[in-house]
Design a protein around this ligand. Sequence first.
Ligand SMILES: [Zn+2]
Length: 293
Amino acid sequence: MKEDLIMKLKNMQLFLGCLLILILPLKCLAQGEGGPADQKKADDITKWTNKTIMWVGPHEDDETSCMGTLSILKQNGNKIIMIWYTTGNKGSRDLEMTSERLAQIRKTESEKALNEMGISSSTDTFICLGYDDGMLEYVPDLELTEKVCKLIRKYRPDAVFSMDPGDTYTRWLKTDHRASAFITLDAARAAAYHLYFPSHRIYEGLQPFTVTDYFFYSSRETNFDVDITKVSDKKIRARSWYVSQFGPGNLKYIGPDPDQENLNKQLKANAERIAKGEKIYEKFRRVSESLSF
Ligand SMILES: [Zn+2]
């Protein structure tokens, strides 16, 4: 009996040993490609050329989270596609403001800001899907997903910049931001399979396409920093154009020109930071893999 027990224990030791040999390499693989540590070492997008970059977001001002990175990518000869879900036509507390006027103001603000960053509707692609601000969650998901899926199949982006659809952090408090994050990812997933929205291929010749590099902005779990120090001055100038959104202009519209005094103060503060050797970053949760499974 005793020998039996010893034999059993030895067998169990052998079994556990084999299990460890099998598991350890898998664990290493899981922490290897695609893991946060390696994403830090992922290729430097500020060196990219001749790629197609798609930015997707709900409002004309959400691009401010990424415009330094987009500007550097544009300077390096990459193609920029900007897609907004809504016209931003509700985001004002000014009681004199109308939805129609606000939509026009926000379009102009965004264009001027992006121009400041070297991105323009004449050299790049600007698409506004035209939905009402704050109402994105009440539009049928199927309709939104198909529209964005078609754009992904059409432009075939090397990278997609999107609101973070969340990982452990899913407490989005703003309706359009939730919707934009989830719909964009759902659309990218659908784009990879020809049987979703098959009419795209049958009638328009749009082939399936798999997105393999995501840069999630407005994220609480960033793992990838882009050094935008060299365009940080431009970004401060660009942000100053959003008069209806950032600062007192949201309460009482005083545009279209930026507050020059405030702008000068911010430029001076930025120059001082840089002179001290500080770097300015935009931060993303980067996932360099296909999420279409
Ligand atoms: Zn927004």
